[in-house]
Write a protein that binds this ligand. Structure first.
Ligand code: LMR
Length: 397
């Protein structure tokens, strides 16, 4: 039966991570998978998480199943992070949250839920978007299409194009928006632009799915929620897919959340009953460990403070690397202006490297960058690898 199966291509992002591991070059540099590296090039366990883990191990009495929607405590902490602790959405209980295995798990549960209850709804994603978005919704059996996002020069937002594009989406369709730190471009709307986007979402009668994988990596935990809060301020229903892989450094623990905001607490409860079915038929119930760690950190004032400081340090280091990269490239290739990278947010930026240049970087210099726009993970840059990295890029340009 399996003899006739064709070989699938490697994943466009995770496949590069695997290829990087196998590369014997001692000077290899990985700017592909979205994983944070510290100045030594490591992805450490955060100290706040280590401490929460120590406490958890001591207190843990059972490895029993969680509820299908996960830990209740986790759900309320997630909602407080998204909307603010005493936001009307939280106090009126018209939001429900399910703990999911990573942001991807949450997107897939959202996809299955939408396919079952709104099968005709098409999911509109930005052009470009994270490669897995389209694949996840297609796997759930939903149709996808694209809206305009990036300007023709590849360096900023085509805001007029974006609005014109959103205005053409039929009512009842789903629009996937990146809350902050747009993946793969690092190009985010300003707070003013978010107001307009939110107004169009409302006036067109669209259902937004807000992918929130990088809260705290842009300008700060609260600042990064501005877009989402503008959307909910319009009184529209929303789905939010959170990931805590990056901001808690819990990549391999698979910690995420699906939050659904309905018009009333009753509607939210009914929606939760349906989300439970999507989860039960997918992975039954979520793994405990990562969610318990996030809840433990957020519930403890001292641990939370420590985590916020660790998150700020990651954000600041990425920002510093953006500046250093631009300054180094200016020295090597002054005619190529990379200063647009400075204002971009989060881990990623579109470097503008062609697929040919991306290939050459990998094969000649063991520098790993994602193709189709040359997405670079700025969080993979360090002061140590910067000279070799910028020299390699200057050489292929
Ligand atoms: C990325 O975009 O590199 C990360 O979100 C990791 C992934 O799962 O693709």
């Amino acid at each position: 039966m399996f003899d006739s199966l064709p070989l699938a291509p490697p994943d466009s992002i995770l496949g590069l991570g695997e290829a990087f591991k196998k590369d014997p070059n001692p000077n290899k540099i990985n700017l592909s998978v979205g994983v944070y590296k510290d100045e030594q090039g490591n992805t450490p366990v955060l100290a706040s998480i280590k401490e929460a883990e120590r406490r958890l191990l001591e207190a843990e009495k059972s490895k029993g199943y969680l509820a299908i929607e996960g830990l209740a405590d986790y759900g309320s902490q997630v909602q407080a992070m998204l909307f603010g602790k005493s936001h009307e959405i939280v106090t009126s209980k018209r939001a429900i949250t399910a703990q999911t295995p990573g942001g991807t798990g949450s997107l897939r549960v959202a996809g299955d839920f939408l396919r079952k209850h709104f099968p005709m709804a098409k999911v509109w994603v930005s052009k470009p978007t994270w490669a897995n978005h389209t694949a996840i919704f297609a796997a759930a059996g939903l149709q996808t299409d694209v809206y305009t996002y990036i300007a023709a020069n590849g360096q900023g937002l085509d805001f007029d194009g974006l609005i014109a594009s959103l205005e053409k989406i039929p009512a009842g369709d789903v629009v996937l928006l990146h809350a902050c730190c747009h993946n793969p471009t690092g190009i985010d709307p300003t707070p003013e632009q978010w107001k307009k986007i939110a107004a169009v979402v409302k006036s067109r009668g669209l259902l937004p799915i807000v992918d929130f994988a990088y809260q705290g990596f842009g300008d700060g935990l609260e600042e990064d929620a501005v877009g989402l809060r503008e959307i909910v301020a319009q009184g529209v229903e929303v789905l939010v897919c959170s990931s805590f892989s990056k901001n808690f450094g819990l990549y391999g623990e698979r910690v995420g959340a699906l939050t659904l905001v309905a018009n009333s607490a009753e509607a939210a409860e009914r929606a939760l009953s349906q989300v439970r079915i999507s989860i039960r038929t997918n992975y039954s119930n979520p793994p405990t460990h990562g969610g318990a760690l996030v809840a433990a950190v957020l519930n403890d004032a001292a641990l939370r403070q420590q985590w916020e400081e660790e998150l700020a340090a990651m954000r600041t280091r990425i920002h510093k690397m953006r500046h250093l990269f631009v300054a180094e490239m200016k020295k090597l290739r002054p005619e190529k202006d990379f200063s647009f990278l400075i204002n971009q947010k989060g881990m990623f930026s579109y470097s503008g490297l062609t697929n040919l240049q991306v290939d050459e970087l990998r094969t000649k210099y063991a520098v790993y960058v994602v193709g189709n726009g040359g997405r670079i993970n700025v969080a993979g840059m360090t002061e140590q690898n910067m000279p070799a990295l910028t020299k390699a890029i200057a050489a292929v340009l």
